[in-house]
Design a protein around this ligand. Structure first.
Ligand code: NAP
Length: 391
């Protein structure tokens, strides 16, 4: 029997959070015991209550104070925290081995920094931590002595491919992208697509925001930023390629021209489990890939004209400073407005471009360095700006 792993799960009620609890249950069954010390959610007190019944955490936190009150009423003996401070408190708990950050959005950054400051192993799904505060995360990692294990399938793949050679011999990282539901739609048809169309992802079942971000390729550009910070590779040596079947999750090209790829079934529980057992591999009955049934593998370049938001996010990455925090915050607002039926799908591309242009004008005299405070104020500014845009 392996020693028990003490785990904190942030974002437990989401797509990754629910799958993480499934993986934990599978690992426990095969003699890899986990103790769920703490759970955090946004506002879904009903699902969190079910998770409390089965996982028996010592402490929980909800972003929403009313939802926290609801949980306090249902579980009078349980410690229930609330708001951003509650989330950060959970990420900073003592005697924790792994913090899984599966919160969606910029709200995940302070918890990432707190977990790394305490030297924890951080199993990271919240890519926005690296998109909005990559330099801060890198500093916290260096200062705290912890480590980050990616949960995103592409970055889990890169981690595995990088093990095939020496870092000095890495030529390029190649991220694969399914291309989302509108890959073969003309730009005009895509511009008027509805939320229902955009939520129908061809290969993955995920939370709403990342599903819409996959349809605009914003998600893929976020993943380029994520790869840059996770693996310390310059942007010029990170490519994205469309691979509609999502069988190869990413590749590393070495200096001799060899491309090493990782393939697996489309099931996020596989990279989640790898982050929890790294570097070991454990058989827990997750789906296996049958290559004979996969048939042909297709690859195409990213059409930057058809998916302009991909270039906008990468332009923000190259601008550096708080530009990516601005673009991320605007995207969170624009995706919510699109899902509400307030703006058309094409408005997502236009809104991001307008936000980046406004960010550049605002900072014509030079950007402020990216600190948690400047990231927060840029985030607030970009949310207000994107909320007011007529698209
Ligand atoms: N889903 C995937 O397959 C996938 C794959 C790769 C990477 N990711 C990344 O993983 C992260 C989570 O994605 P997801 O698809 O699981 O999202 P999701 O289904 O929307 O779940 C998000 C989780 O975050 C919680 N949350 C929202 N705002 C919060 C706040 N202010 N404080 C604390 N918790 C908050 C939500 O709580 P409530 O529901 O209770 O409000 C929920 O538990 C994202 O960064 C995404 O890009 C996801």
């Amino acid at each position: 029997m392996s020693p028990q792993t003490n785990l904190v799960l942030l974002g437990s009620t989401g797509s990754i959070g629910v799958q993480t609890l499934d993986v934990v249950a599978r690992l426990c069954k095969v003699g890899r015991p986990f103790r769920v010390v703490a759970l955090a959610a946004g506002r879904n007190s009903r699902l969190l209550a079910e998770q409390i019944e089965s996982a028996r955490p010592e402490v929980v936190s909800l972003a929403d104070e009313r939802a926290a009150e609801d949980v306090r009423r249902r579980f009078p003996g349980l410690r229930v925290l609330a708001g951003e401070d509650g989330l950060v408190a959970l990420a900073s708990l003592d005697e924790v081995d792994v913090v899984v950050n599966a919160v969606v959005g910029a709200a995940g950054l302070p918890a990432t920094l707190a977990a790394l400051a305490r030297g924890r192993t951080l199993a990271l799904a919240n890519k926005e931590s690296l998109v909005t505060g990559g330099d801060l995360v890198r500093d916290a990692l260096g200062a705290g002595g912890g480590r980050i294990l990616p949960i995103d399938s592409e970055h889990s793949a890169l981690l595995q491919c990088l093990d095939a050679g020496r870092r000095a011999d890495v030529d390029r990282l190649v991220l694969t992208a399914s291309g989302g539901p509108f890959l073969d739609l003309g730009r005009a048809d895509r511009a008027t697509a509805t939320a229902r169309d955009a939520l129908r992802h061809p290969t993955w079942s995920m939370g709403k925001r990342i599903t819409i971000d996959s349809a605009t390729l914003v998600n893929k550009a976020f993943e380029v930023i994520e790869a840059h910070y996770l693996f310390d590779v310059p942007y010029e040596r990170i490519d994205a390629v469309i691979h509609p079947a999502s069988i190869l999750h990413s590749l590393v090209q070495f200096s001799d021209g060899s491309l090493i790829a990782q393939a697996a079934a489309h099931d996020m529980r596989i990279p989640i489990q790898y982050a929890l057992t790294y570097p070991e591999r454990v058989s827990t009955g997750l789906p296996q890939l049958d290559l004979a049934r996969v048939g042909r593998l297709e690859f195409r370049p990213v059409d930057r004209e058809a998916f302009p938001a991909f270039g906008t996010v990468l332009a923000a990455a190259h601008a550096g400073g708080t530009a990516t925090a601005a673009v991320n915050a605007a995207d969170e607002v624009l995706v919510a407005r699109f899902l509400e039926g307030e703006i058309p799908f094409g408005g997502l591309d236009r809104g991001l471009e307008a936000t980046l242009a406004a960010w550049a004008r605002e900072r014509a005299d030079g950007d402020v360095p990216a600190t948690l405070d400047s990231i927060r104020s840029t985030d607030h500014w970009a949310r207000a700006f994107a909320s007011g845009l007529t698209l």
